[in-house]
Design a protein around this ligand. Structure first.
Ligand SMILES: Cc1cc2nc3c(=O)[nH]c(=O)nc-3n(C[C@H](O)[C@H](O)[C@H](O)COP(=O)(O)OP(=O)(O)OC[C@H]3O[C@@H](n4cnc5c(N)ncnc54)[C@H](O)[C@@H]3O)c2cc1C
Length: 401
């Protein structure tokens, strides 16, 4: 195991930094810093996607043959870490990190030829149709039904919590094609053009006041058989392959570290007994304790990245431990930010946070986002597998079950 950066990796890091200095312009960065959501708003991420696409860096984990940069695990990690530290917009994972790799692994040649270049260019904007009312953690219980009619499936039912479905023009979804045998054995993975008649998308406004997620209703929606990935009733295997991308990979600790650094900056500016809040022993202790845990997570993440270079796959237990640690730590950082800004946490700042809006915020500039981030961060321990579910996975791994 070699965790220190090799000279070539340090040179790569400098190249990424130079690129970010040039292309992540102050206005892009300022808009990105106002984002409280999991992924950047569509207009912002389209701008950033185009810049990365033109550079050939939009799909760090894709192999060269499909238009990726052909980076090593370490280079990807460096890239994602630098982007997080620079507050670059976070591109949605659904196309580039989820559907794309799944098509490479399980799609037909025709599906790869058609979809992969369009995911890469940003022409296709994807959303993930897995969860249903009543089927989240217990995903295999899903009921959205697809029945064959000639060379189409006819889909009826509903999907919920569909992130960015209101921006997306394509959805990958799981449907029930059989009720025989185990629930997992009757699921099929389909690709849906969102313009198909019979589909309606209704907004769900979250606690933070943002419109990130939706409920989607299917009323006799026709999907060509050619848009099936894998075998009929073989969708669970495809879904499991995809979930590993959702839970693992990336550089989660860098995103937490960037927020942590912001809290430190705020604490340097907020007043405390004639000095700065940073000098408050109680607050400083909380910061120091979180800093230690965050450092441990960073090193764990680096160890996993180093192992990935030789092992190839992250594995369920490592993916779960990273998801668990990063999401819970992110929540704690947002809690500290709220504590730091005190009464400025109370006003509703949504008007000032909308991209392109020129409504003034209440209080200093650094008090604009903490509340929205705090509220939005509650979802981190739910999506992508809740913390309880991750603990179950870890317990099973530890007990060898
Ligand atoms: C912001 C956000 C974005 C999302 N985006 C998407 C998306 O784009 N596409 C998509 O398909 N889904 C999405 N989801 C849905 C997400 O995957 C589900 O919310 C998640 O899987 C939990 O399912 P649930 O909401 O049905 O809760 P439930 O599964 O009903 O869980 C309720 C509670 O019970 C606990 N629990 C459940 N099972 C167990 C168990 N076996 N052991 C111990 N505790 C358990 C859970 O931890 C939780 O605390 C999103 C969710 C959120 C909040």
């Amino acid at each position: 195991m070699d965790i220190a950066l090799a000279p070539a990796d340090r040179a790569f890091r400098d190249e990424v930094r130079a690129f970010l200095d040039e292309k992540l312009t102050p206005d892009l960065r300022a808009d990105s810093q106002k984002q409280a959501g999991v992924f950047a708003d569509a207009s912002l991420n389209r701008r950033w996607h185009k810049i990365l696409y033109e550079k050939g860096w939009v799909a760090p984990s894709w192999p060269k043959e499909h238009g990726g940069p052909g980076w090593s695990e370490v280079q990807r990690y460096i890239f994602w870490s630098e982007c997080a530290e620079a507050d670059a917009p976070v591109l949605p994972a659904m196309g580039l990190q989820m559907c794309g790799p799944v098509l490479m692994g399980c799609g037909t040649e025709a599906q790869k030829d058609y979809f992969l270049p369009r995911i890469l260019s940003g022409e296709h904007y994807w959303c993930q149709g897995y969860s249903e009312p009543g089927s989240g953690s217990d995903l295999a219980s899903l009921q959205c039904r697809a029945e064959r009619d000639g060379d189409h499936y006819v889909v009826n039912g509903s999907k919920i919590w569909t992130t960015h479905a209101h921006f997306a023009n394509w959805m990958f979804l799981l449907v029930r094609t059989s009720s025989e045998g185990k629930p997992q054995a009757g699921i099929t993975f389909l690709l849906l053009d969102m313009a198909t008649p019979g589909l309606s998308v209704k907004p769900i406004i979250s606690l933070s006041g943002e419109h990130e997620v939706n409920q989607c209703f299917f009323d006799n929606v026709r999907i060509p058989l050619a848009n099936r990935v894998g075998e009929e009733n073989g969708g669970w295997k495809v879904a499991k392959y995809l979930l590993e991308f959702e839970r693992g990979g990336g550089a989660a600790s860098a995103r937490v570290r960037a927020l942590f650094n912001r809290v430190k900056e705020i604490a340097g500016k907020e007043a405390f007994e004639g000095g700065a809040l940073l000098r408050d022993p109680s607050f400083a202790r909380k910061l120091a304790s979180l800093d230690c845990e965050l450092t441990a997570m960073e090193w764990t993440e680096r160890r996993i990245v180093s192992e990935l270079s030789t092992r190839g796959s992250i594995g369920d237990a490592s993916a779960s431990s990273l998801k668990l640690a990063s999401s819970e730590m992110l929540q704690r950082v947002t809690e500290l930010a709220i504590e730091a800004i005190g009464h400025y946490a109370a006003p509703d700042q949504r008007d000032a946070l909308t991209p392109g809006a020129n409504a003034p915020g209440v209080g200093p500039e650094w008090a604009l986002t903490p509340t929205a981030r705090y509220l939005n961060a509650r979802a981190w321990t739910i999506f992508g597998g809740s913390s309880e579910v991750q603990r179950n996975i870890l317990a099973r791994a530890a007990l060898g079950l």
